[in-house]
Write a new protein. Structure first.
Length: 441
């Protein structure tokens, strides 16, 4: 192992844009485009919670864009002014989070507790229902017979297509019916805790090293996981993907700072919530093998999801299979509403035997990624994040059943890559040199 300078994996055009005017140009663009997106959402969305979010978030983004424009003017007149520095940009980002995530989330939660039935997406109801079932029966899942016995318009809500750990976010609502027990509140709490810990890890002064550019990269990473509309909208109206994403980012932060065992625990917690984290766990296990730490990563990455699955498997095997396997694969009693018009979904619906064609393409993409991992295993956290981003992007585009909101995963992983290049951390001399994986690790 040798100490290597951080490597910027981003395209040159993106680096120029990101660094223009100390990052303020991209800040202004982000907030302005996001304000337009929120306004369009408020005016045109067919989902009532989305429209409610857009009406508030548009004002929050517009306020942040105004502040960013003011910072640009200050920088133009006084380039060294602290009002245009990274700390001031961070304050504007915090205000943007408050206006586009926290305020809409709290408002919808309070209105829902007051009797509004159109202030939460279906996944919130599903998670809260799974929490109640976990308390009452020991499993968050309904069996196929119980789902079939529901009225046809309630059968979709009878499915819980998550891992058993997700039901924990529904436990507060099972105990008390109040605004603060809304599952989204606890999604937000879990997300915030994981992101704060990840940032603290990545900001630690290691060997006396510090970098203003790295601080700017951390700020951009925070924006990618919070104020980016695809994340802000998801957390305020549904939210179940955000704690999964935050735990995956935390696992990459542990990997970036040389803590393989904790990286495995963090991604294992994510895997106990949702299947989306399992590919991230596979990549991190391979990363751990290159560092002779494969067993430490694997213990948490596979052990925690297995521990979460075992009790539900013993209580009701059929219910687990129906919810976690059959329904996501399109073989449940009702079809999943996740039908965003990506290539996989279009192929599955427009071509003869389209679902089989889409499945073949998805398997081919998986094999290509597996071959890449075998020949060039990721030896650094940024390299692992890139593999996760491109791999999930390919899967999302090719899956017959998918959602537009799932794009928050690859986008966040890509934008976290610079933040994972921590100054002062000892890294392999080259992450791209083809190497064999030491299976003794």
């Amino acid at each position: 192992m040798s100490t290597a300078a951080p490597t910027d994996h981003r395209p040159r055009w993106w680096r120029r844009l990101d660094h223009a005017a100390g990052g303020l140009t991209l800040d202004l663009g982000l907030y302005t485009v996001s304000a337009a997106f929120a306004a369009v959402t408020a005016a045109t969305s067919t989902l009532v919670p989305h429209r409610a979010w857009g009406g508030i978030a548009a004002l929050g983004y517009l306020a942040a864009a105004t502040l960013a424009a003011g910072q640009l003017l200050v920088r133009h007149r006084r380039p060294t002014s602290p009002l245009a520095g990274t700390a001031a940009r961070g304050l504007v980002t915090a205000l943007a989070v408050a206006g586009t995530v926290l305020l809409p989330l709290l408002w919808q939660s309070v209105q829902r507790a007051s009797g509004r039935t159109d202030r939460a997406q279906e996944e919130v109801l599903v998670v809260e229902g799974s929490g109640r079932r976990l308390l009452e029966t020991g499993t968050p899942y309904l069996g196929p017979d119980a789902i079939a016995a529901l009225p046809p318009d309630h059968q979709l809500l009878g499915y819980t297509p998550y891992q058993p750990g997700m039901a924990l976010f529904g436990l507060p609502r099972a105990a008390v019916d109040a605004w603060w027990t809304d599952a989204r509140i606890w999604f937000a709490v879990g997300t915030a805790l994981a992101l704060v810990l990840a940032l603290r890890l990545l900001r630690q002064p290691i060997a006396g090293a510090g970098s203003p550019r790295h601080d700017a990269a951390l700020l951009r990473a925070v924006q990618a996981a919070t104020v980016l509309p695809i994340c802000a909208l998801t957390l305020a109206t549904g939210g179940d993907d955000l704690p999964v994403l935050a735990l995956c980012l935390l696992s990459l932060a542990f990997a970036a700072t040389g803590r393989p065992g904790r990286a495995g625990l963090a991604v294992g917690l994510a895997g106990a919530l949702k299947l989306f984290a399992w590919p991230i766990a596979a990549v991190l296990i391979i990363w751990g093998l290159t560092r002779r730490a494969g067993r430490r990563v694997t213990a948490g990455a596979l052990g925690l999801p297995a521990a979460a699955l075992l009790p539900t498997l013993l209580v009701d095997h059929d219910a687990l299979v129906e919810n976690v396997l059959r329904f996501p694969l399109g073989h449940g009693l009702v079809s999943s509403p996740a039908q965003s018009p990506f290539p996989g979904q279009l192929i599955a619906t427009a071509l003869p035997a389209g679902r089989a064609v889409a499945a073949v393409l998805l398997i081919a993409a998986g094999l290509a990624i597996a071959l890449r991992l075998t020949r060039r295993p990721p030896r650094t956290a940024p390299a692992a994040a890139l593999v996760c981003a491109y791999g999930l992007l390919a899967a999302i585009l090719l899956m017959p059943t998918t959602r537009f909101g799932y794009l928050l995963y690859p986008i966040a992983f890509l934008l976290w890559v610079p933040a994972l290049d921590v100054p002062g951390i000892r890294q392999p001399a080259s992450e791209d040199r083809p190497q064999g994986v030491d299976l003794r690790a």
